[in-house]
Design a binder for this molecule. Structure first.
Ligand code: AMP
Length: 116
C-alpha cells in the first residue's frame, strides 16, 4: 500500500467507495464523476503506479483483470452486448490523474473517437 494513494485507501476500505466487485486481487467501484451511464474503475489491490510500472510477475494479475474481471463486469453491468470502452490512461499526457493503475469501463452511450 502506497502512502497517500486514494485508490490504495479504497482497496483497503480506509475510505468508502461504491464497490461493484471484489476478489482477493482486485476491486471495482463506480467512478465518482461518471462520464457515461456506466462508468466503473477496476484496480489491482496491490499498488502499481500505471501500465508502465507493470512487471513480468504481474502477468497473472493483469490477465485476471483483462481476461476475467473486465469481461465479467461488462456483462453484469449490461454493456457487453452493445459495446463499451476500456481505458487505462497512463502518465501526464495520457490524462492519468490518479497514480494507481486503473481500467475504466465506460458504456451505456455511444463513444466518440478520437477522445478529447
Ligand atoms: P484518470 O484520470 O484516468 O486517472 O482517472 C481517475 C478517475 O478516478 C477519474 O475518473 C475520477 O473521477 C475517479 N476518482 C477519483 N477519486 C475517486 C473516488 N474517491 N472514488 C471514485 N472515483 C474516483
Amino acid at each position: 500500500m502506497a502512502d497517500n494513494c486514494i485508490f490504495c485507501k479504497i482497496a483497503h476500505k480506509e475510505i468508502p467507495a461504491n464497490l461493484v466487485y471484489e476478489d482477493d486481487q482486485v476491486v471495482a467501484f463506480k467512478d465518482l464523476e461518471p462520464q457515461a451511464p456506466v462508468h466503473v474503475l477496476v484496480i489491482p489491490k496491490k499498488h502499481v503506479e500505471s501500465l508502465l510500472a507493470l512487471q513480468p510477475e504481474d502477468k497473472e494479475l493483469t490477465a485476471h483483470i483483462l481476461c476475467e474481471v473486465v469481461p465479467q463486469l461488462a456483462r453484469e453491468l449490461g454493456v457487453a452486448a452493445d459495446g463499451f470502452r476500456g481505458v487505462a490512461n497512463t502518465g501526464e499526457a495520457g490524462g492519468q490523474s490518479v497514480k494507481h493503475l486503473h481500467f475504466h469501463i465506460l458504456g451505456g452511450r455511444s463513444m466518440q473517437w478520437p477522445p478529447g
